[in-house]
Design a protein. Structure first.
Length: 172
């Protein structure tokens, strides 16, 4: 199992251009502690809900309609509204909807690069979960790894091993 986990961290590293060196040496965006945090089995569900500004000021959540700009999710995915996939993203990263959607813009607009990052992360979660038996294709079914597993309420996952290294110089 440990070899499988090391291979998984190396796979995840290929998704981040800022990673340098072959894990466990060098600078890495994620490491074992990012997900496990001292536990044998990582958490997959946020322990509490974080509400966006509109909800906290009494506005209802967006309608529970399927999304209109889905590029990597099945068209029938309930992306907005109560108990939806976007709610899971919000809770996992502890961010307002505007973090990815860009403030007051319509939800389907694709001008914020964070939406593309989220799409890449969805594909990465699917790829990781494909290595575990009895998991569904994200976001459907049982998931061994979710957004919360790594993010834990932070837009940028914490990598404790990075405290030992300086980040690599920006590529020019």
């Amino acid at each position: 199992m440990a070899r499988k986990m090391i291979a998984m961290v190396r796979l995840i590293d290929t998704s981040f251009p800022s990673s340098a060196g072959v894990f466990p040496e060098g600078y890495h965006e994620v490491d074992c502690s990012t997900c496990h945090r001292g536990s044998v089995k990582p958490e997959t569900k946020a322990p509490q809900k974080f509400y966006n500004r509109a909800n906290s000021m009494g506005a209802p959540p967006p309608p529970q309609n399927p999304g209109v700009s889905l590029k990597v999710l099945p068209v029938e995915t309930r992306v907005h509204g109560a108990e939806s996939l976007m709610g899971e993203f919000r809770d996992a990263l502890n961010v307002d909807c505007g973090y990815c959607h860009g403030g007051d813009r319509p939800l389907q607009v694709d001008v914020n690069p964070r939406k593309d990052i989220a799409r890449k992360m969805i594909l990465l979660v699917r790829q990781i979960n494909s290595k575990f038996p009895e998991t569904g294709v994200f976001p459907v079914g049982n998931q061994a790894v979710t957004c919360y597993t790594c993010h834990r309420g932070d837009p940028h996952p914490v990598s404790l091993s990075n405290l030992r290294y300086d980040p690599p110089a920006p590529k020019q």
